[in-house]
Ligand binder design. Structure first.
Ligand SMILES: C[S@@+](CC[C@H](N)C(=O)[O-])C[C@H]1O[C@@H](n2cnc3c(N)ncnc32)[C@H](O)[C@@H]1O
Length: 258
């Protein structure tokens, strides 16, 4: 049986993911990457991570919890990386295949279907807090540590709770505290090389904002009366409110497997 929480996550990451890809395809290629980054990817956060990952064009990048594939496409366009996507939701997998044509595995990042040391680089953006809790978060960090080679680098984008009791948190999310995240990273055998608050990074350029706004408006026009749209909007409004209140903060982290 599907719980209300599972349903909220499926609405947001599967049904809406499929709609987003359709809108992006209808609006045209200039809209594909910004539309597919609606999950959590902001250009400045992706630039910060790509700089820290120190990629060489042609390197493999494992994207765990890849969503609709926008950040992977950004990494391919701006750093020449070859992304391998892992994502559990079927419509999101289909959406990223249709938009970008990257290899996508439908799987859970707590058990990545990849051999040890499969790549030099990995990232996991906006995913940890959408899992079932601390056990899954630690399992994902351990899997990321396993699939990169020794010396390999890992990027994270995480939403962290700065207070113990959040006002009206979004359903199904489990936000670690900054201290809990640091402890889990250590337990996974990874070292923190650098971290930054997403709020301190530059805002997206005007043309990016115009494109994401156009996608948002078109999604709303087409689907505003659908329950899945209303649930997804409600979830993102709650996260926006918590960020504004300072009860949540988005951090980017650069990790290394020793
Ligand atoms: C906020 S979205 C971020 C998507 C993408 N990383 C981005 O930044 O655009 C969170 C994604 O994590 C995926 N996810 C949730 N639990 C997961 C798990 N256990 N393993 C892998 N992905 C997971 C969801 O299906 C969703 O696509």
């Amino acid at each position: 049986m599907t719980s209300g929480t599972d349903e909220a996550m499926a609405n947001e990451f599967d049904t809406v993911a499929g709609w987003t890809a359709q809108v992006a395809m209808d609006l045209g290629p200039d809209y594909h990457v910004p539309a597919a980054c609606r999950g959590s990817g902001q250009p400045a956060a992706l630039d910060w991570l790509l700089k820290g990952l120190q990629p060489t064009p042609g390197d493999l990048l494992i994207d765990a919890g890849a969503g609709v594939g926008g950040p992977a496409a950004y990494a391919s366009q701006w750093a020449g990386l070859r992304p391998i996507l892992v994502e559990p939701e079927p419509d999101a997998c289909r959406a990223s295949r249709e938009l970008f044509g990257f290899p996508v595995m439908q799987a859970d990042a707590t058990r990545l279907p990849l051999p040890d040391g499969a790549a030099g680089l990995a990232w996991c953006l906006g995913v940890l807090c959408t899992t079932t809790g601390a056990d899954a978060q630690l399992a994902i960090l351990r899997e990321l540590a396993r699939v990169v080679r020794p010396g390999g680098r890992i990027g994270l984008l995480v939403f962290l709770a700065t207070v113990t009791q959040l006002d009206d948190p979004p359903e199904g999310n489990h936000f670690p505290s900054p201290a809990a995240l640091t402890a889990m990273v250590g337990q996974a055998g990874l070292a923190v090389l650098d971290r930054a608050l997403a709020a301190d990074l530059p805002r997206p350029p005007a043309d990016w904002q115009e494109r994401t706004q156009a996608v948002e408006s078109e999604l709303e026009r087409r689907h505003q009366n659908h329950p899945a749209w209303r649930v997804a909007e409600e979830q993102s409004a709650r996260i926006g409110h918590l960020l504004q209140q300072g009860q949540l903060q988005a951090q980017v982290l650069l990790l290394q497997r020793p």
